[in-house]
Design a protein. Structure first.
Length: 304
């Protein structure tokens, strides 16, 4: 049996920008032991398999990188919604169509918008309960393992914090987008720092000073398992990043709307639109919205 799949560029409205994602809309026809093998063969950042759930507006998602199954990521949600609209598995009969995606431990409310340009904006909602710790590596250590000057660390009212919604991130503000792009993780300096002892797995490096007038933050993910020149998607880090923002006292209660990007046109720029609701004694409510572009429709032949 052959299997139809689609490739998309996600968190962008421009072909050949954003993250490259593959989506199999009818994955119930694929044997379980082939899911990881297919993701490894396609070798994209993420491959999404969609399974039917109870009801016509509910679907299960399983997402794989070339190395392993992923617990949660934002890009697959946008890609899956767009493909289901393309295949007719859901009908965009109103300005906003609501469906449910079950992604392992996360049940997401997803809203799809009907547009005339084929980009199919998708917004999903989730809750974030971040654990925030002010005990972090020293500024000297941070400067050493990021290969930047110490005076670039820190930006206005934001400070370096350790934030976790499951995966511990070290969130580091720096003075400009240029510094975000310039930083390179020195693995020897990292190993000699206090970061490994704090169980820090990845770094969210960001600046509120951006080169684009349409964005409020520019961010990048770095870490000991990420290559020097890689610029991986940031969608899965948004619960921790919004928890980081909400921790700061100058971010007042209410709804905060902002736009954050990663990469450049030369390195596949992505743009995420975020809303977060900060309320006392409540988990943070987070809404992530973005566009995607269909790139190809393909067929996996029955040669296995």
């Amino acid at each position: 049996m052959s299997h139809t799949y689609y490739t998309l560029n996600v968190f962008t409205d421009t072909p050949f920008q954003g993250a490259q994602i593959a989506v199999f809309p009818h994955a119930e026809k694929i044997e379980e032991n082939l899911l990881q093998v297919i993701a490894q063969e396609l070798n994209l950042s993420e491959t999404v398999f969609i399974f039917p759930d109870n009801g016509t507006d509910s679907f299960k998602l399983r997402t794989f990188s070339p190395q392993k199954e992923i617990e949660f990521a934002g890009h697959p949600v946008l890609a899956a919604g767009h493909v289901l609209a393309e295949t007719g598995d859901i009908t965009l009969s109103a300005e906003n169509t609501a469906i449910t995606f079950k992604q392992n431990s996360q049940n997401l409310t997803v809203n799809l918008s009907k547009t005339d340009d084929g980009t199919c904006p998708v917004q999903f909602t989730l809750q974030s309960s971040a654990v925030v710790d002010r005990y972090t590596p020293t500024k000297q250590e941070v400067a050493a393992f990021l290969s930047i000057d110490e005076h670039h660390i820190g930006s206005g009212d934001y400070q370096t914090l350790l934030v976790s919604c499951g995966l511990p991130y070290l969130v580091i503000p720096v003075s400009s987008q240029e510094i975000v792009r310039k930083a390179r993780l020195d693995i020897k300096a990292w190993d000699l720092s206090s970061a490994p002892a704090m169980a820090i797995q990845e770094i969210i490096l960001f600046s509120p000073r951006t080169e684009s007038s349409e964005t409020n933050f520019h961010a990048r993910i770095l870490g000991p398992t990420i290559g020097q020149h890689e610029d991986p998607p940031i969608g899965s880090s948004m619960p921790s990043f919004t928890g980081y923002l909400a921790w700061h006292e100058h971010v007042r209660e209410g709804t905060l709307t902002f736009t954050i990007d990663r990469g450049t046109k030369a390195t596949r720029r992505s743009v995420l639109n975020i809303e977060m609701d900060k309320r006392a004694d409540r988990a943070l409510t987070l809404r992530v919205e973005g566009q995607s572009v269909l790139i190809s429709k393909n067929e996996l032949l029955p040669n296995f």
